[in-house]
Design a protein around this ligand. Structure first.
Ligand SMILES: [Zn+2]
Length: 260
């Protein structure tokens, strides 16, 4: 295993990029993940060319790498207008990643629409061909990644995990890969199972680290839930994704103690 870069995915309540970068560096992290890009202060709209260059230099001066977490675009939506917006949006975000020299841009695939019913919900992917939609989404992202030269990672959520893993493992672009969110995997899919499929073709590049009780997505500190990474080969980038600065430091300490 090579060196693992430990990063902080933005805790809530960050007012400025400078504040985030300075505190992240002060706390001894290797990289800072801007999470997420629909929100100020990280939205591409708020960062003109000069500001992007300044932020890139500031991070370098502080000895930090940058990664980005996409906003709520949805390449699976059945709404053609939102689909077009989402296709454009991922390009806008990849251009920001390129301008900031980000090591990766992480995104969610999107989520099939659901009608919530007592007892059993109705999901759009039970009624439409989402296998094809997932494959098309990955092809679009590969085009964007290749055009901008940015590494784009897909993160596992709770549905369509199998078709997503298949599409990425079959994708020929070296710029497209996986981020294993171990908290999500602890709820759906299983950490070991997803890790093994995502690693098979060398596409696993990063990991989101947070804990839960196996039932819902608590983004809790490591050690407070049932997460177990024993025996897992770690990818080069691990970003802690919990809810505040102190929980993040505690999670990093626990992670080092257990797994490094
Ligand atoms: Zn995540």
């Amino acid at each position: 295993m090579g060196r693992v870069h430990l990063g902080l995915s933005t805790p809530t309540f960050v007012d400025t990029i400078d504040e985030f970068l300075e505190r992240t560096a002060r706390d001894g992290w290797d990289f800072a993940e801007f999470n997420h890009l629909d929100l100020p202060p990280f939205s591409p709209e708020l960062l003109d060319t000069g500001e992007r260059a300044r932020v890139k230099d500031l991070a370098a001066d502080l000895g930090l790498e940058i990664s980005l977490h996409a906003g709520d675009c949805d390449l699976l939506t059945l709404d053609p207008g939102f689909l077009r917006y989402s296709e454009d949006r991922i390009l806008t975000e990849a251009e920001l990643a390129r301008d900031l020299g980000a090591v990766y841009l992480n995104t969610h695939l999107g989520f099939p629409e659901r009608m919530v019913r007592p007892g059993k919900s109705l999901w759009a992917d039970e009624h439409f061909d989402f296998q094809r939609r997932v494959a098309e989404a990955v092809r679009h992202v590969a085009r964007v990644a290749d055009a901008t030269g940015v590494r784009i990672l897909y993160e596992n959520t709770y549905r369509l995990i199998e078709p997503l893993m298949e599409a990425i493992n079959e994708c020929s672009s070296p710029n497209v890969g996986f981020l294993l969110d171990v908290g999500h995997a602890n709820i759906a899919g299983g950490v070991r199972e997803l890790h093994s499929t995502m690693s098979r073709k060398g596409k696993l590049f990063a990991l989101h680290l947070h804990d839960n009780d196996g039932r819902w997505d608590q983004h809790a500190p490591l050690g407070s839930g049932t997460l177990d990474l024993e025996g897992i080969e770690l990818p080069p980038y691990v970003a802690v994704e919990v809810r505040n600065w102190d929980m993040a430091l505690g999670t990093r300490e626990e992670f080092r103690k257990r797994y490094l």
